[in-house]
Design a protein around this ligand. Sequence first.
Ligand SMILES: [Zn+2]
Length: 76
Amino acid sequence: MVSCRKVVASLSDYQDNDVSPALRREIEAHLRNCVSCSVLLDSTGKLLRIVGDERIFEVPVGYSDRLHRFLDAHVI
Ligand SMILES: [Zn+2]
């Protein structure tokens, strides 16, 4: 089982289909069992859709701080 940390670090690659099939399976298995990571995936998915092609959003280290700054700057 991969750790939450590894899942979070791989989320943006996962969403870009840029992970190995083995890692993808591990991430999907983790997401089925981990509410916080699946919520995070859901919210980064929305965020990536908002940002679109500019791809401002990066791998979520310090995720919540960055999210709040992003929301302050872009969503009013
Ligand atoms: Zn997790």
